[in-house]
Ligand binder design. Sequence first.
Ligand code: PAF
Length: 287
Amino acid sequence: MTPVIARTREELAAARARLRGTVAFVPTMGALHAGHRSLIRRARELGDAVVVSIFVNPLQFGPNEDLDRYPRTFDDDVAMCAAEGVDLVWAPTPEVMYPVDPQVRLSSGRMGAIVEGAARPGHFDGVLTVVMKLFHQVRPDVAVFGAKDAQQLALVRRMVADLDVPVRIEAVPTVREPDGLALSSRNRYLSDAERATARHLSRALRAGAERVADGPAAVLEAARAVLDEATRADPPLHVDYLVLVDPATFEEVGRDHVGEAVLAVAGKVGTTHLIDNTPLRFGPRES
Ligand code: PAF
């Protein structure tokens, strides 16, 4: 089934009016891969109708980031949507999405200024602003996000709670390559040698997860050892952060933390910024 493709607000409004029942929504920036496919499949399970947006949002890119070279693979994206039974693809141009420079934007607060937000100032304000606009445009009942962007997911959940947005947020686990590398639209930038270095991110997370019974300090130490190795690889990994955080707030947890946490890592290989994370659960430890 070929999805309806809407490129203007009028086309979207007409196509949205024809959708019946529960509408499940997957917001994307295109360059769809198997990770997106799993989001769309979950949306298919949750909704009577599925809407996918494809929009590379300039507001969430910093001045020195990869907005211009971000992969744009529209025809392949639509083919994947067709294969997965998507009903409607919303693909506005930047001019349709932002007819004038938006003066009023959402602030992601402290939660958007720490961890990934510290490395990418303004990024999460841009993400929340476009996600809120997309929610108003598409009017979904449920929206599906990937756990790979754990801080984005936490912030969208927080936005929905703080601003009483009537959309249910559903998370889908990260999809990985057989060697552990988390799927990302940016992986296609990597040369073979860069890819070999990039693998250390997921290896670090696995090494950390193996020490969960020994507590937060041991987890961080084990993960850090793998990242240290990667900083000596050719080409090297430039580590932005390795943190163990509360999944809801993204504040770092203490040495005695008990309960849920996310071990999150980010770094650059060549000019490619990569992130990854794994959820962990710390039980009470004997002293
Ligand atoms: O995760 C993404 O692809 C983007 O940040 C999103 C949610 C589509 C907003 O532009």
